[in-house]
Design a protein around this ligand. Structure first.
Ligand SMILES: [Zn+2]
Length: 244
């Protein structure tokens, strides 16, 4: 894989060329001024200075020509490499420079799916080492999320048997409804590679908050109800046992 930054090198060459143009313009106007001075004063020393300046202009013209050739050559290589290996990108996880064909980016919902604490949950270009790991994690979570069987307060799900225990999961923060708590646990279970939740335990919270003040300055209270919950994340398979 070619990780040379051709675009940066081309930019440097172009900056060098524009610097040479500025130098040449300055020398050219100096020659013009000398030429005018020469006509007035007819001094031989001025002719020598003018000849030197003209030689330097010739040398700068040659430099511009060769730098432009090098820049064109670099552009040709850059175009070939980009067609073959993609543009140069920087990994948002490990900062490595790589060609885009060898890496990739996770879908836009990756941070929501994987959780913002997950080291591989990054938005943007990931290199050839980070991207396969990150997409495997993302794809696994999506697969378990999609294969979710259900969430129950019982210790088992009828028709299924538990084949792996993903451990206890608890919602972070509080939700407006039990359904929202279930949705949160559904995702948390998928992150544990579990496709069901048993022993679901929702909790109801009541909080009194000041809602306003009466004419005598007495506060009015309002009750806010929120929910949280926990469950045991489990991996289940359909129970294939058929009676005799
Ligand atoms: Zn990386």
């Amino acid at each position: 894989m070619d990780t040379r930054n051709y675009r940066g090198e081309i930019k440097q060459k172009e900056n060098h060329i524009s610097g040479l143009y500025i130098k040449r313009t300055a020398l050219g106007s100096a020659v013009g001024l000398l030429w005018i001075g020469e006509k007035i004063s007819f001094r031989g020393a001025r002719s020598q200075v003018r000849a030197n300046a003209e030689n330097r202009i010739q040398a700068i013209n040659a430099d511009i020509h060769s730098a432009a050739q090098e820049a064109n050559h670099l552009k040709q290589i850059a175009t070939d490499v980009e067609a073959r290996e993609g543009e140069l990108a920087q990994c948002v996880r490990c900062n490595t420079m790589f060609r885009s064909k060898f890496g990739g980016a996770l879908p836009g919902n990756a941070v929501d799916v994987m959780g913002s604490n997950h080291d591989l949950a990054r938005q943007g270009w990931l290199c050839q080492d980070c991207w396969p790991m990150a997409s495997e994690v993302y794809n696994n979570i999506m697969a378990y999320y999609g294969a979710h069987v259900g969430i129950t307060q019982k210790r088992f799900i009828p028709g299924y048997r538990i084949v792996a225990d993903g451990g206890m999961i608890t919602t972070e923060g509080e939700f407006d409804s039990v359904e929202d708590v279930k949705s949160a646990l559904h995702l948390l279970a998928a992150r544990c590679m579990a496709n069901a939740c048993v022993c679901f335990w929702p909790e109801r919270h009541e909080d009194s908050v000041v809602d306003g003040y009466g004419p005598r300055g007495n506060p009015h209270y309002r009750t806010i109800v929120t929910f949280s919950g926990r469950a045991q994340a489990v991996r289940v398979e359909p129970d294939m046992w058929v009676g005799p």
